[in-house]
Write a protein that binds this ligand. Structure first.
Ligand code: NAD
Length: 535
């Protein structure tokens, strides 16, 4: 039976609050439950935005938006979509990092699904407690590497919630079909465990077989209960991130955004950078600082892209070099992880700064989680070997960025083409406005996800990630490039996501990665599938 009265006002999916018309108020038992005036959705959005702006800081803004999400889905998404550039840093990085750190102290309303080692053997039954059955996208984390902030245990739940909000706002996935999951296996963060208010499972992390079995039970339960669901692994520690991706990529439609989403968005930026520097993509040399999941994921996809542009695998690998705190990664270095091996070349190890002047990379990509690692000497060394050095400082949140936009521009005398993980404001330099690009994975995963779901893809491969990156790079305008910006305006994100979804879905059909046939009206079908929060 359709909900009425107070129950209707408490249903976040159906609530319109003061926008219920007089007729609706009469018919739905709402008379007396709302003040007299009827607002339009536009008036409601304006009211909310004014109130958000009045808050003292971004955490208060984050909380105000979180509460709104609980009251009224459609109004929440309308607020976000009409004010994307202003709201994104509040609902996602950098504010979400601060919100995660303080999650247990700020907690007011439960959202998402929690699994702990005590739930072993019961996960399938427990998932039935979730009130929606038609789940299409799950974002799951174990909270061990939240952004660049480390092990935040169950406090990391802010990340799956935030990512799924972006799936809806940017990619048009219905919020009722999204499920944020925290696989709370404990935390090795002693400070959290000793915090009286900590809400997670207050034990050291389970590891080894116990960990593997719990994750396996979760994945199998999800597969059984929600066939065809897209499972996104998020913010797992690098060895687990690779292990899970490799274990499940052929068992369930899944991908790891830190590895694959980051790779695709970074590749798009590198492709777009060639339009400014005039260099051929196939000639590029790329240097990474940091050899974890983000950087290696980017390198793996760059390798595929270079091969697509005609290089052999051996030639492509040679173009990609990694440094970490111990300098250049080379063959024979002790302690290398499996994913590092293809990039450990037969050379002598030299310190990072020396590696820049010796190897003369065209592009420098930082994914260290260590703030300030691109100092003046680094940027000057890149400027010495490049007319327009391309600098990616991807670490999040803002405090962890390898350098700021201002530093990149001033140390390169305004020549750097700069991309960051967290947003930076435009910089005035010698009378010119220079606009940093934000290599935000949210340019890729919502459209990619929609494309995979619509085409009922069986899996994700490099060809799809490449196609998503190329489509994103194609959306960058001459005007963006003139300002040094490697990504399109976020104002166009729905259009960007739609373009990516269409390209990905088309390729899924073409590659036979689905049992379904391509519908003739694919573009329209995807557009119609996209959630519209207007009443
Ligand atoms: P990770 O822990 O797997 O890898 C970090 C790597 O950096 C390791 O190889 C480590 O040895 C190296 N490192 C650490 N400190 C260093 C230092 N001072 N000098 C040189 N090397 C150093 O982490 P990850 O998953 O690869 O993520 C790294 C960062 O990238 C995080 O801050 C994350 O937020 C960010 N990231 C950004 C995006 C994006 O902006 N689109 C996407 C994914 C990850």
């Amino acid at each position: 039976m359709a909900k009425k009265g107070i129950d209707l006002l408490r249903d976040r999916r159906k609530n319109k609050s003061t926008a219920f018309t007089r007729e609706e108020r009469n018919a739905l038992g709402l008379r007396g439950l709302l003040p007299y005036a009827v607002s339009s959705q536009k008036m409601q959005v304006d009211r909310i935005v004014t109130n958000i702006r009045r808050q003292d800081d971004d955490i208060d803004r984050y909380l105000a938006l979180f509460q709104l999400m609980h009251r009224n889905d459609r109004l929440y998404y309308q607020v976000i979509m009409e004010n994307i550039e202003e709201m994104l840093p509040i609902i996602y990085t950098p504010t979400v990092g601060e919100a995660c750190k303080r999650f247990s102290h700020l907690f007011s309303l439960p959202k998402g699904f929690y699994i702990t080692p005590e739930d072993k053997g019961q996960i399938y039954e427990m998932l039935k407690n979730w009130n929606h059955r038609d789940i299409k996208v799950i974002v799951a984390t174990d909270g061990e590497r939240i952004l660049g902030l480390g092990d935040l245990g169950a406090n990391g739940m802010g990340i799956p919630i935030g990512k799924l909000a972006l799936y809806t706002a940017f990619g048009g996935i219905d919020p009722g079909k999204c499920l944020p999951v925290m696989i709370d296996v404990g935390t090795n963060n002693k400070e959290l465990r000793e915090d009286m208010l900590y809400l997670g499972y207050p034990h050291p992390r389970i590891t080894g077989e116990a960990y593997d079995e719990l994750i396996d039970e979760f994945v199998m339960a999800v597969k059984k209960l929600y066939p065809g669901v897209l499972l996104q692994f998020e913010d797992f520690l690098t060895p687990n991130a690779y292990k899970l991706l490799n274990r499940y990529k052929n068992k369930i439609l899944c991908f790891n955004d830190d590895i694959q989403g980051t790779a695709s968005v970074a590749l798009a930026g590198v492709l777009a950078s060639c339009k400014i520097t005039g260099k051929e993509f196939k000639d590029l040399k790329v240097m990474f600082l940091g050899a974890g999941s983000a950087a290696t994921g980017i390198a793996d996809l760059l390798k595929s892209a270079l091969m697509k542009h005609g290089l052999s695998e051996k030639e492509a690998l040679k173009r990609l070099n990694f440094c970490d705190i111990d300098g250049l990664l080379v063959k024979g270095r002790k302690g290398l992880m499996e994913h590092n091996l293809p990039y450990a070349h037969d050379m002598n190890s030299i310190p990072f700064k020396e590696a820049i002047s010796t190897l003369e990379p065209d592009v420098l990509i930082g994914a260290t989680g260590s703030g300030g690692t691109f100092d003046q000497e680094v940027i000057e060394a890149m400027s010495k070997v490049n007319e327009r050095p391309v600098i990616f400082a991807l670490s999040n949140p803002t405090s962890k960025a390898e350098c700021t936009a201002e530093q990149a521009y001033s140390w390169s005398d305004g020549k750097a083409i700069f991309v960051s993980g967290s947003p930076f404001n435009p910089v005035e330099y010698k009378g010119k406005t220079l606009v940093p690009g934000q290599g935000n994975n949210a340019y890729i995963f919502p459209g990619l996800g929609m494309g995979l779901l619509v085409s009922k893809a069986k899996g994700v491969n490099d060809q799809l990630l490449l196609a998503a990156a190329e489509t994103l790079a194609d959306q960058v305008t001459e005007e963006d490039l003139a300002q040094g910006k490697l990504y399109p305006s976020l104002k166009n994100i729905r259009q960007v996501s739609h373009a990516i979804a269409c390209r990905v879905a088309n390729l899924v059909y073409e590659l036979g990665l689905t049992r379904k046939r391509r519908p003739t009206n694919l573009e329209d079908r995807i557009r119609k599938n996209m959630y519209d929060p207007k009443y």
